[in-house]
Design a protein around this ligand. Structure first.
Ligand code: ADP
Ligand code: ZN
Ligand code: ZN
Length: 764
């Protein structure tokens, strides 16, 4: 038997799969098996992507793998990972890395404890395996490979290993090893092992460590199993009717698996429910229905730290059957959760976008909560969109996809069967929204806003205030000569963070001291422009004293922790929560009576076809946080142009009206969902090569008959000049193929060696 193996290499040029002969103990290897394979003089980790009867290679060049790891990946996920690589113009290794047990993959080589772990070094050719660790052993202590934390990159230390130390690592490559066994096999003693441990190459640990369960902070989780409203019941029935039937009898062999995957999956469902309509309860019951049929479920949520309520409700309802993929999990916890899912102990996986790759068998349902949320798109390579991947996975595995939102994207509206929850539970009204014009107003708060906030203070209620700009001041300028402080690495202004006593670049993280004088003219008169959340917090504290004011943005998130801020706000009797778009996520605090959006049309001033959609969603979502309890609520939206279409519809909670205007416009210009966008960014250290490379790619794409715009210069970022091409096409696959071919050809051309390429299919 021949295994076709895709090596986990970061190099774009090295393309598998490569053939290896399977014999003896490796006869049981199948698609999804992870193998350590000899590759030239190295050993690389690879994934079997196909089995074949024979190879094109001459027999003498066919070698055997060194070892197989215990972990393997379901075949359907191997297909999905390769599909992602192809669809998002990435490499097979990067696509596969998404579906492997956490800790394996290209460059992400975090240590894997307990079962199998690798000590690997990332070299030009790939992930070179230095040692393999085995399952938990009977001995008290065992040697495990690799240190906590850092990515598996080649360290200079490795070059200077003594022969005993090398022997230890080689002994570990053979598999399971107790300290005693390794020492014996390598002719080393315990001190050798300890010195390797100090260098981070080996870890000594107790074998009998209990698996840890991550804890979920449950902010606001309550009412377990409420009686569904008639609207919820109707939505649920429609969803359950579309769920696939029971699973097949036990684990099926690969060909049968493929057949079953061929089941026609139902059309995706869009649960379009206004804010507070009880969508979560519908998801919970739909998941329960899938479990009853012997199927498993994935629930995708925006970042869990920001929406702990939703994850908390799933844990409450399903207990240990849920695996929660929290972003704060340690590598060890992440690994344990992966295994609980893989072994079938957890049948529901709740998590952010990467949970779409959870190794669940018999998948019956994928839920995407708050499907309009931008976090479903991955920013690094592969730049996949979990919503698109979820649709693909559901289709491949015969599962039902249910996406829910109060502000659904045009993409989902067009593609899905829509089920509507038109009212809040208990028939409470959506809060009235006032849009007030800010032209000619001094200071960040409108008179109306001040009055309403004062009312909140007097009555001892709660308010949420949104300003999508963090820091104290947006930028500083010299009053005398007009100098504006900019990032030395990016063409953007620096933002003043007063509490931290510094100015920061929001694009590259550069920080520098707050200037006391202008370096150009010496003037000490420096003006601060544009209030951010930090300044607003101070202003609100004055206004609503003695009510506490809590701030939620990524600066606080790093310090105090999002969950803490949300919990404090929830527990306070009366308070104000101020922050960036983080405060507009799906929070359910029934005692919030006022919502305020400042500078609501700031997002409209970006030249982006999604600007209106984003603005509408942000304002409507924030409005949806208000008036969820018996006291009702109201919303004030401050804008320069109060008549903007997106704001008018958001104020009327009118998603249908907004979509009715948006869809025809998209159709005319072939914007998504009627067309597809692909963005290619070429960057270089110096001006010139980036533009030439972009032109070369553009010419190739155009020659393939696909319309392309650009190259246009982008602002310099992280010290790199950039040029951008945008492909807009009604046909998806030909456009992706043309871009893939063009980028690969130009990237392989030495003339463009100074240029880095980033391809983004469906950019946000
Ligand atoms: P959405 O996600 O649609 O904005 P949620 O799922 O957060 O709404 O639900 C809003 C609130 O209504 C929650 O506090 C939830 O517990 C409550 N709720 C949901 N369904 C019911 C019901 N059938 N009866 C009473 N309360 C409900
Ligand atoms: Zn000056
Ligand atoms: Zn910068």
């Amino acid at each position: 038997m021949i295994a076709k193996v895709e090596p986990l290499t970061p190099a774009r040029a090295l393309r598998g799969p490569f053939d290896y002969r399977l014999a003896g103990s490796l006869a049981g290897v199948g698609v999804g098996s992870m193998l350590v394979v000899p590759f030239g003089r190295r050993r690389l980790l690879g994934v079997v992507v196909e089995l074949a009867e024979r190879s094109e290679l001459p027999a003498e060049r066919l070698v055997q793998p060194v070892a197989a790891l215990e972990a393997d990946v379901p075949e359907s996920l191997v297909r999905l990972g390769l599909w992602v690589a192809h669809e998002y113009v990435s490499t097979p290794a990067r696509g596969l890395a998404l579906v492997l047990p956490p800790g394996t993959g290209t460059g992400a080589g975090r240590p894997l404890r307990r079962r199998r772990s690798l000590r690997a070094a990332l070299t030009e050719e790939g992930l070179e395996v230095l040692a393999v660790d085995g399952p938990a052993l009977t001995a008290e202590r065992r040697a495990a490979c690799a240190g906590e934390g850092g990515p598996a990159v080649a360290s200079p230390a490795m070059a200077r290993l003594g022969s005993r130390q090398t022997a230890v690592l080689e002994a570990l490559a053979a598999g399971p090893a107790t300290v005693a066994a390794v020492a014996r096999r390598a002719g080393a003693d315990h001190s050798t092992l300890r010195s390797l441990e100090r260098r981070g190459l080996v870890r000594l640990e107790s074998a009998a460590e209990p698996a840890r369960r991550p804890s979920v902070v449950s902010v606001g989780a309550r009412s377990n199993g409420v009686e569904p409203t008639p609207a919820q019941r109707a939505a649920l029935e429609a969803i359950v009717a579309r769920l696939p039937g029971g699973p097949g009898p036990g684990p099926l062999p690969a060909p049968a698996l493929r057949q079953r995957s061929g089941d026609r999956a139902a059309r995706p469902v869009l649960l379009h429910g206004v804010t507070g309509s009880g969508k979560t309860e519908v998801y919970l019951r739909a998941v329960a229905a899938a479990l009853e049929r012997g199927r498993s479920a994935i629930v995708l949520v925006p970042e869990i730290a920001l929406t702990p309520q939703t994850a908390g409700r799933f844990v409450e309802r399903f207990g240990d059957a849920v695996a929660v993929m929290h972003s704060r999990l340690s590598p060890r916890e992440r690994y344990d959760e992966w295994w609980r899912i893989r072994r079938g102990e957890a049948r529901v996986c709740v998590g952010p976008r990467s949970a779409v790759f959870a190794p669940l068998a018999d998948l019956g349902l994928i839920v995407i909560d708050e499907e309009h949320d931008g976090s479903y798109k991955q920013e690094g390579d592969p730049r996949y969109d979990a919503r698109v991947v979820a649709e693909r996975r559901a289709a491949l595995e015969g599962a039902l996809l249910v996406a829910g939102s109060a502000t659904p994207r045009p993409e989902s509206v067009v593609r899905s069967e829509r089920i509507v929850l038109g009212e809040r539970v208990d028939g409470r009204a959506l809060p009235p929204v006032d849009v007030v014009g800010m032209a000619g107003t001094a200071g960040p708060l409108h008179e109306r806003t001040r009055e309403e906030l004062d009312g909140v203070r007097r009555r001892g209620e709660k308010a949420i205030v949104l300003l999508n700009r963090r820091g104290w001041s947006n930028f500083l300028s010299c009053r005398l000569c007009g100098r504006v402080w900019e990032c030395p690495h990016c063409d953007v202004t620096l933002v003043l963070h007063r509490a931290a006593g510094e100015m920061a670049c929001h694009h590259c993280g550069h920080r520098q001291a707050v200037p006391s004088a202008c370096p150009d003219c010496g003037s000490v008169s420096v003006a601060r422009h544009g209030a951010g959340t930090e300044q607003l917090e101070r202003e609100l504290e004055e206004l609503v004293r003695p009510l506490p004011v809590f701030r939620l943005d990524s600066d606080v998130a790093a310090a105090a922790g999002i969950a803490t801020v949300l919990r404090r706000f929830e527990e306070a009797g009366a308070a104000v929560l101020v922050g960036t778009q983080m405060v507009a996520k799906g929070h359910d605090f029934p005692d919030v009576t006022l919502g305020v959006v400042l500078d609501a049309d700031a997002t409209l001033r970006f030249p982006d076809f999604r600007a209106e959609e984003r603005t509408f969603a942000l304002v409507a979502q924030l409005a949806g946080r208000s008036g969820r309890g018996a006291r009702g609520g109201r919303v004030i939206v401050q804008a320069l142009d109060p008549d903007a279409r997106a704001l008018r519809h958001a104020a009327a909670h009118d998603a249908d009206g907004f979509l009715a205007g948006e869809l025809p416009r998209r159709k005319v210009f072939a914007y998504p969902p009627y067309g597809h966008l692909i963005r290619v960014v070429c960057s270089a250290a110096d001006l010139g090569p980036e533009h030439a490379a972009a032109e070369a790619i553009g010419a190739r794409v155009a020659a393939a008959g696909v319309p392309v715009l650009g190259p246009a210069p982008l602002f310099r970022r992280q010290g790199r000049v950039r040029a951008q091409l945008v492909v807009r096409s009604r046909e998806r696959q030909p456009a992706i193929a043309a871009v893939r071919d063009a980028v690969e050809a130009v990237a392989a051309d030495r003339a463009h060696g100074a240029v880095a390429f980033a391809v983004d299919v469906d950019p946000q």
